[in-house]
Design a protein around this ligand. Structure first.
Ligand SMILES: Nc1ncnc2c1ncn2[C@@H]1O[C@H](COP(=O)(O)OP(=O)(O)O)[C@@H](O)[C@H]1O
Ligand SMILES: [Mg+2]
Length: 277
């Protein structure tokens, strides 16, 4: 864990961990992504931002292996992504919890599928991990409730807990906090940061968002996609603010103001519908 914390603090390698090379994605006759190139380092928190419909979810699905690119390649740690795998955990746009299962079982079922070892010691370790993660997102007391009995923010917490529970090496988040109110969102940011910094396996996070301030607070780099059709990586904004970051003071830092201005200018330049925050 110490090594990872150090890595996050700056001593990153220059070898790309996740490489997206010359990716094209065509749906029927519509070219959605064209020539997308992006390299993500191990341990990075990267946000993808761009106008609605430009192809952000498509790019995340390609990384998850839920889609195969029409052309180009996606590789993780030197290996071609050929399909979905437990090394990449996804939180979909909309929480996608199983409505007939309790909070506890929504987290436990995917864990059982990934960690099949049923020896007592392993089962005990799994149970402890579930409890730790549910406590971290404030859901331990609500573990027996079904998704229908939870607030929107609690459902999102459960979806994030479920994704973390299987120890993915890369966590893919598709607008995970898009549908929650501002106060809940702020609490969820801190829960995500604490899970990310305490969870030694999940090092790299890629998050789609419409929210500029959320992107700056959480990310090392922000990838701005150009407008579709034929979207590609338009620009990359570096967020040069040390961690841990303090939400109460961050907005006054010159690096924050600069990143915000850059992002506003980049997003305003793209024609079409303004992104909703
Ligand atoms: N499976 C699919 N089949 C056909 N078209 C799709 C499919 N998935 C996405 N699209 C289209 O691709 C474009 C990009 O979609 P998406 O990646 O969901 O955008 P974003 O997440 O940036 O809002 C949209 O025009 C959408 O309608
Ligand atoms: Mg989307």
């Amino acid at each position: 864990m110490t090594t990872l914390t150090m890595e996050r603090a700056g001593t990153r390698t220059d070898v790309p961990y996740l490489a997206i090379e010359g990716v094209h994605q065509v749906f029927r006759d519509t070219p959605v992504l064209e020539n997308v190139d992006l390299e993500i380092r191990r341990g990075e928190f990267v946000s993808l931002i761009g106008h609605s419909g430009c192809g952000k979810s498509t790019l995340l699905n390609l990384i998850a292996g839920l889609l195969t690119p029409t052309a180009g390649r996606v590789s993780l740690d030197g290996e071609l992504v050929r399909g979905p795998g437990a090394d990449r955990g996804m939180v979909f746009q909309g929480h996608s919890l199983l409505p007939w299962l309790s909070v506890l079982d929504n987290v436990r079922v995917p864990m059982d599928a990934v960690f099949r070892d049923t020896r007592v010691q392993r089962t005990q370790a799994k149970a402890e991990r579930i409890e730790r993660i549910l406590r971290a997102v404030g859901l331990w007391e609500h573990r027996d409730k079904k998704p229908g009995e939870l607030s929107g923010g609690m459902r999102q917490r459960c979806a994030v807990a479920r994704a973390f529970a299987v120890r993915p090496r890369v966590l893919l988040l598709d607008e995970p906090f898009g549908a929650v109110d501002a106060l809940t969102k702020s609490a969820l940011h801190d829960e995500l940061m604490s899970l990310w910094s305490s969870d030694s396996e999940t090092e790299t996070v890629i998050m789609v968002t419409h929210d500029i301030d959320e992107a700056i607070y959480l990310s090392d780099r922000i990838v701005v996609m150009s407008n579709g059709p034929r979207a590609k990586v338009g620009a990359i904004v570096e967020v040069d603010i040390p961690r841990p970051r303090d939400k109460r003071t961050i907005a006054r830092l010159p690096a924050y103001v600069e990143a915000r201005e850059q992002l506003l200018a980049l997003l305003a330049r793209a024609p079409g519908e303004a992104p909703h925050t």
